[in-house]
Design a protein around this ligand. Sequence first.
Ligand code: ATP
Length: 272
Amino acid sequence: MSTDTARAATTDATAPTPVVEARDLSVTLGSQRILSGIDLTVRRGEVLALLGANGSGKSTLVRSLLGVVPTSGGQVRLFGEPLGPSAPWDRVGYVPQRLPAASGIPATALEVVTSGLLHGRTLRLPRGARRRALAALVDVGMADKAQRRVHELSGGQQQRVLIARALVREPELLVLDEPTSGIDVPTQSTFVETVARLHEGGTTVVVILHELGPFAPLIQRAIVLRHGRVAHDGPPPQPRSDHASAHHDHTHAHPDPTPPGTGPTLSVEVTP
Ligand SMILES: Nc1ncnc2c1ncn2[C@@H]1O[C@H](COP(=O)(O)OP(=O)(O)OP(=O)(O)O)[C@@H](O)[C@H]1O
């Protein structure tokens, strides 16, 4: 082993375990290759934005990192553990883009949030569960709806309940899929303040966004996906003011229909 190789091995051995590590990850759904050759390391305490046009694979990426959709190649580790029953799921809070099941649940908002405190196979709630669930509802501006049935709430209010269900776990890794879409601006600000507070406490955050918006001050690093591949990994792209121009920042909602090599170059601007 050369001196350099030996030094690198020593450094690796002492480096903290990444929160998320994906190597050469690929995902095929049906007959369609959705993600190819994704290499991604998220370190403890990072706030990472996942950006990219509609259909570029952002949701599929976080879903595959969390074992919600199967991978077709490569490896994923969470807190150093391979995906599977032994992965430390109790350290993860996930807010999906949509949860259709929520609309049919007869449970109250408080009950749904409290369910976020159940881990693994145990049905016993920890001490102070109700107080913690109420505090999470306050964080998303829903304290006054605690006793309302979730299926009676609006879509944005249901989304806020789902966010509170993830927050109440005080997760070490918080994964958010477009958390502010459909949520009014004052509530977005309160929510971003809550995420900032969690981050200050050491929580690692991975958030899918179409616009950095109120998250901008928190975002240290952005990954831009394009046709299921990483097109940029680094400081967040600066949004350009000339939105109407053909060269504007396409890190937000636009279709991503053209496979690579078959059409004109997509104008994903990455100007860190
Ligand atoms: N279950 C599925 N079966 C087949 N194809 C799927 C499935 N889920 C997603 N896809 C396809 O995978 C591609 C990426 O979808 P994905 O939802 O990951 O994109 P996205 O970047 O999150 O998009 P958006 O910004 O619109 O939410 C799309 O072409 C989509 O049609």
